[in-house]
Each structure stands twice: as C-alpha cells, then as structure tokens.
Write a protein that binds this ligand. Structure first.
Ligand code: FPP
Length: 297
C-alpha cells in the first residue's frame, strides 16, 4: 500500500511504503535572502542557514534511500550578484567542503561527491577544495551527490556538443589515416582504432550524449525523477533541462524558503511524488482498458 502515512510519536512523518522512491532528486535551493530579510538579518545569515539545510539534506535523502541527488548551489546567473555576496557564498561553500571532508558520520555513508558546472569560472581555492573532496570520495558508490556550481543547463548542452564535434572530427581524421595506411601499407597510427566506434551516425544516442554532459561519467547517471524548488518561484531556471525535463520529471514548487526546509518537508514531498507516480499509473491502466474495450467492439 504505497500511500499510507504513519505518524510517529515524536510527530515526525515517515513514508510507510518504500515503493516509488525516486532514484534521482534535484533541488533548486531558493529563498535564502528572503528568509534573512523576513528575520531582519543580513543576506550572509540567510546563506549560512541555507548551507545548514543543505548539509541536513544529505543525511535525510540517504535515509530515504535516494541514490542520486543534484543540488543547484550557484548558477552562472548568480555571478551577477553583488561581489561581496558572491565572495561570501564561495567562502561558505569552501567551509562546507572542508567540513564534509572531515565529517566521519558523512564519510561512512560512502557518498561520491562531484561538481557539475564551469570549473574554470570558480575561484581557484574553491575549485581546489572541490577537487580534493572529489578525489577523496571517488571510490564511493552508496549514493551520488552532484553539486551544480557556475552551472547553466544550456551551456552544459553546448559544451557537450562541442566535445561531440571534436570526437567526430578526430574519428573522421582517424578514418582518413586508416585509408592511407590501407592504400600505402604504412604503419598504422594508434588513433585508427578510434574510428571503428564512430563509423556511422548511430553512435550518437541519448545515452552517449549524456556521457558528454556534466559530470562526464561513463557510469550512467539516471535522469531526474523529481525536481523540488523551494521559495515559491515557479520556474526551473535552466537547471538540468536534458536530465529533468527530458526525463519527464515530476516538478514541485514548494512555498517554504530553503533554510526552513525540514525532514518533514522532504518526506511530505516524497509522498506527493509517490502519489503522482501512482496517479499516472492509474491513468495509464484506464487508457489501456479503453483501448481494449474499443478493440473488442
Ligand atoms: C538561493 O537563495 C541561494 C543561492 C543561489 C546561493 C547559494 C546557496 C546556498 C548558500 C545554499 C548552500 C550551498 C552552498 C553553495 C554553501 P537566494 O539567494 O536566491 O534567495 P532569494 O530567492 O530569497 O533571493
């Protein structure tokens, strides 16, 4: 029974069923500044609270057995903000990365952490802190966390197509070299091997394109099933267009500001996701029954 909800004595709400847990959840963490303003505090206070909420999310999603999460920490658009705010966000990020690096409780969870985005646009020390953490967690496979930094969905697709063009050009050159080798009997160059994989256009598939998108992995990163945006903004802000929109993800715009997002909110939204999947399945059954009835007429 996937939709029965159980209230525990301590009033936390848990999922009763383990059915339809999304494999990949993406978060647009919005509302840090409005949260600070509402509390009469500085922007930096809101971002610090946002960072704590982010750290908590890792533990909670692990508990919910969600295998992949992607969080939008900093978009390419965010570089247009006041330089002091941008500096403050990167300082916080570094602080968080070093904290995670030495958090035994978290390290035990064997989470593989990767950055997605335009690394060349990050401050050097932030990038170094990230690369160190990536290296430290590279062998992990219990859960995957992608942190989108200096990220934009369209530019991700653009860079992927540039790399694909380079691969195709290299393969074409290798094919030409192989023809010369065949015609002249000259010694074969190493790159002639490359050409065999790219002899026809079939090598460009959805799966192959996904490998050229961040985080550039030969391991399959499943499409996003559930996209959650806090802060009551009803937009997807150029976040994971291929991975989420292309995967027909369930999208949820949530009223609360990111720093006030709790364990209960996550589980409440997961139940809504379960309901959405179930409703879709019921609709599909109805549709098939209608077709069946029509064909039997
Ligand atoms: C969204 O709220 C926050 C950001 C775009 C800034 C970065 C995110 C965090 C600090 C969370 C933790 C992650 C890191 C990188 C440490 P907003 O500033 O857009 O708030 P608003 O919608 O109220 O203006």
């Amino acid at each position: 029974m996937p939709h029965i909800i159980e209230k525990k004595k301590n009033s936390r709400t848990f999922l009763h069923s383990t059915e339809h847990i999304p494999q990949h959840v993406a978060f647009i963490m919005d509302g840090n500044r409005r949260y600070a303003r509402r509390n009469g505090k500085e922007t930096s206070w809101g971002h610090r609270r946002g960072m704590s909420a982010m750290e908590n999310i890792l533990h909670w999603t692990y508990l919910a057995k969600i295998k992949h999460i992607t969080i939008y920490a900093f978009s390419t658009e965010n570089f247009k903000r006041d330089p002091t705010e941008v500096e403050n966000i990167f300082d916080l990020l570094e602080e968080m990365l070093y904290k995670i690096s030495s958090d035994e409780k978290l390290l035990k969870k064997k989470i593989k952490i990767r950055m997605i985005g335009e690394a060349e646009n990050l401050p050097e020390k932030t990038l170094k802190a990230f690369r160190d953490l990536e290296e430290k967690t590279a062998g992990n496979d219990q859960m995957y966390l992608n942190v989108a930094l200096a990220y934009g969905g369209r530019s991700d697709i653009t860079q992927a197509f540039r790399s694909i063009a380079v691969t195709a050009a290299t393969a074409t050159a290798a094919t030409a070299a192989a023809s010369i080798v065949a015609a002249t009997g000259a010694a074969a160059a190493d790159n002639t091997v490359v050409s065999n994989n790219y002899k026809n256009e079939d090598w460009i598939s959805d799966e192959e394109i996904s490998k050229y998108l961040f985080p550039f992995s030969d391991e399959i990163v499943p499409g996003v099933d559930f996209l959650i945006r806090t802060g009551d903004e009803h937009r997807t802000s150029n976040f994971l267009p291929w991975q989420a929109n292309g995967n027909n993800a369930v999208v949820c715009y949530y009223q609360k500001y990111w720093p006030e997002f709790t364990f209960k909110d996550l589980f409440y939204l997961l139940r809504r996701y379960q309901k959405a999947v179930e409703d879709k399945q019921k609709d599909e059954i109805k549709r098939l029954k209608k077709i069946e009835a029509f064909l039997e007429q």
